[in-house]
Design a protein around this ligand. Structure first.
Ligand code: SF4
Ligand code: SF4
Length: 374
């Protein structure tokens, strides 16, 4: 529930604010209109609460244009958490069956196939090639996008984990983590997926769970416990696992500058900024060249919270802008640590820049290594 008194107070502050946050909002950049901005969204919610303007179809569209990237929160002195307010309002809209049609298809796919892509569940793990190695067992939770659309990332994550001496385990019973549903308002469908995953993961005998997807990482470590769903082992992001074993990683010199794109779920939402940078610096021998927006001030790739499903042209425009940021610093390599970001950024890049997910970068270095690894 949105607290009407709180939002009323916040919107009063919003009305008197110079609204500079709109200049970091990717949807203001994509639409160049005052409606799809943090203030525009706060105002829509406020008008509905005080009864001056009911939320109509245009208003619903504006709420579903939010990427939930939380970039506006880093700028907002009164700390108005637009992403959370939007997410709460989306829950009401789903309960009233007023969500956009495109999301209904997504929901059906997740209910039926346990992935957002209408792909058969039986095909989820058909990328799996795992050495029957020794070492500390670790469970890899691959996530839907990497499993169905970025198979090189899952294979390279497994290779990287094996390189560190782990015995990698995956389960055929992994379902969508639920993130697309939590973020777009269908929490009940998200919880169905989440409950199943907790039951499956809690009976597998491993030291920890690793995921390469920041969306999965955020929901497994934050939304599951907030909904009384407890995993009985720690969950790590692949960048954290790699950074504690830097001495086992290859070191290779790369021709050209390397930059890094912080995924919103990993950076702003989970506070993981340094581990991927440390891995890149160790492997390549030099620090990343930072783009004009980085760390807490990083801009979304355009692939967040269902935007690419509902508004593909604007989502791609946001992705193309991020590629421009990377080119502005003359980067030859744009590394991210998120399959969604990698997928979007690569789709908007050209042959002058190579876009890689962190495990791909590490394995590429491993294949070209010019030092002996024990
Ligand atoms: S969301 Fe915050 S920074 Fe943006 S206009 Fe409102 S008060 Fe100002
Ligand atoms: S969360 Fe992101 S997309 Fe949504 S209003 Fe804030 S800056 Fe804009």
């Amino acid at each position: 529930m949105i607290d009407p008194d709180k939002i009323a107070e916040q919107v009063r502050m919003c009305a008197a604010c110079p609204k500079m946050c709109r200049h970091v909002c990717p949807t203001f950049f994509a639409w160049r209109s005052d409606a799809p901005t943090p203030h525009g969204r706060a105002l829509l919610l406020h008008q509905e609460i005080i009864g001056t303007h009911e939320l109509d179809n245009r208003g619903i569209e504006v709420l579903y244009q939010c990427l939930e990237c939380s970039h506006c929160l880093t700028w907002c002195k009164p700390e108005i958490d637009i992403a959370t307010l939007v997410e709460i309002k989306r829950r009401d809209l789903v309960q009233q069956n007023r969500q956009p049609e495109g999301l209904k298809t997504l929901t059906e796919s997740i209910r039926k196939h346990h992935n957002p892509f209408e792909e058969l569940h039986a095909k989820r793990n058909n990328w799996v090639k795992i050495e029957k190695g020794k070492g500390i067992p670790i469970l890899y939770f691959a996530g839907c996008l990497a499993s169905y659309r970025e198979k090189e990332i899952v294979q390279d994550t497994i290779t990287a984990l094996e390189m560190l001496g782990h015995q990698v385990i995956v389960t055929d019973d992994e379902w969508c983590c639920g993130s697309p549903m939590f973020r777009t308002g269908d929490v009940e469908t998200g919880l169905e997926q989440a409950r199943h995953n907790v039951d499956v993961l809690n009976v597998i005998d491993v030291e920890e769970i690793v995921t390469s997807c920041p969306g999965c990482y955020r929901i497994l470590t934050q939304d599951y416990p907030e909904n009384d769903l407890q995993l009985n082992k720690p969950v790590k992001h692949i960048s954290e696992v790699l950074t504690v074993s830097l001495d086992k990683l290859p070191t290779v010199s790369f021709d050209g500058k390397i930059t890094f794109h912080d995924a919103c779920h990993l950076g702003r939402h989970c506070g993981i900024f340094d581990p991927p940078r440390e891995v890149i610096a160790h492997v390549s021998g030099s620090d990343v060249v930072e783009m004009e927006r980085n760390r807490e001030n990083s801009t979304c790739c355009g692939n967040g919270a269902g935007l690419r499903t509902l508004f593909p042209e604007q989502a791609k425009k946001i992705g193309a802008e991020r590629i421009r940021h990377a080119k502005n610093v003359d980067a030859q390599y744009l590394i991210t640590s998120c399959p969604f970001c990698k997928n979007m950024l690569e789709s908007q890049s050209d042959s002058s820049i190579t876009v890689l997910d962190l495990p791909q970068f590490v394995v590429r270095a491993w294949k070209r290594r010019d030092v002996k690894i024990d």
